[in-house]
Design a binder for this molecule. Structure first.
Ligand code: ZN
Length: 310
């Protein structure tokens, strides 16, 4: 929740004996101060882009110092027991809570990422690579045109791990008047309740625990054992060799781990960590005045590389 100090009204202690003598002046004083108090206290603003009026949006951009979040999820199967929108629901839960702690404007539901590897499963929405990049570019361009000069893409889906840094890198191919940041940490590196399972890459113990916090009504723990989330080891390629079918080779059910091991305790630990780390990231991005300066310097030099001096 956002907390705003009520300014302008001084706290007063009135004793019974003095009340009658000072009541009128006090009332007059209070009436006189109420309008200015209303002006001084900043109105509570939603962090949801789509909930703001046009005028409040202007105030939101001002209050966020042009810092906006673009949480990215996906629509894909999540084992036999979790909703298709798991990544979207979780990343929005984290982003909205973080933005309430450190104000930022949060873009509406966005799930147009990379998920070619789950095209064989029902409910997967997998756009072409051209569409993914074009839509993301036009989205961040439109955000920036509306004052989001610092766009923090908050990733909620492992399949975007290559797409998003590539997108950020290619912002250097022509000038932009805004900075794209990618926040791609989904779970704490250590600590918290001990995990019961060893393999846990998709819809397993960790991710199922998160949904027990974000949308417990959508979890079906009793169904988690209906399919195997075991590693099938169907490819034997040396380390350092990548091929797109690796995931299907290991986890053909698009399920890795065992969701029945999930607990609320683990989910709370992971979600609190995610929200806290993202809150600190928003603060750090607000304080970053170098990236845009360096980008502008770079774009200028890139126009005439032969004149760039060592
Ligand atoms: Zn997921």
């Amino acid at each position: 929740m956002l907390k705003f100090a009520a300014e302008g009204i001084m706290p007063m202690t009135i004793t019974t004996s003095t009340r009658s003598t000072i009541l009128f002046p006090v009332l007059t004083l209070l009436l006189a101060t109420i309008p200015s108090a209303a002006q001084a206290a900043p109105p509570k603003l939603s962090v949801h882009w789509e909930e703001l009026t046009a005028a409040d949006f202007r105030e939101g951009i001002h209050r966020s110092q042009g810092t906006c979040l673009l949480p990215i999820g996906i629509l894909e199967k999540h084992g036999p027991h979790l909703p298709l929108g798991t990544d979207l629901l979780d990343v929005r839960y984290a982003a909205l809570h973080a933005a309430e702690q450190e104000y930022a404007v949060v873009f509406p539901e966005y799930y147009f990422g990379q998920i070619a590897e789950a095209r064989h499963e029902p409910g997967t929405v997998s756009y072409s690579r051209e569409m993914q990049l074009a839509l993301l570019q036009e989205t961040t361009d439109e955000m920036a045109r509306n004052g989001c000069k610092k766009v923090v893409i908050v990733n909620g889906h492992g399949g975007n791990d290559s797409l998003l840094p590539f997108f950020a890198q290619t912002q250097l191919d022509k000038p932009h008047d805004y900075v794209v940041y990618v926040f791609d940490k989904l779970s704490p590196p250590s600590g918290g309740p001990a995990k019961k399972t060893k393999i846990d890459m998709h819809a397993g113990e960790g991710e199922t625990s998160n949904v027990l916090i974000s949308r417990p009504d959508l979890v079906h723990p009793d169904r988690a054992g209906q399919e195997s989330g075991a590693d099938q080891h169907r490819l034997n390629l040396p380390d350092g060799v990548y091929t797109g079918i690796w995931w299907y080779a290991r986890f053909p059910n698009h399920y890795s781990g065992d969701g029945s091991a999930a607990t609320k305790e683990l989910g709370k630990f992971q979600m609190d960590w995610w929200i806290d780390t993202l809150t600190k990231t928003i603060k750090a991005v607000k304080a970053d005045h170098e990236s845009l300066k360096l980008q502008n310097e770079f774009y200028e030099k890139a126009k005439h590389p032969l004149e760039t001096q060592p």
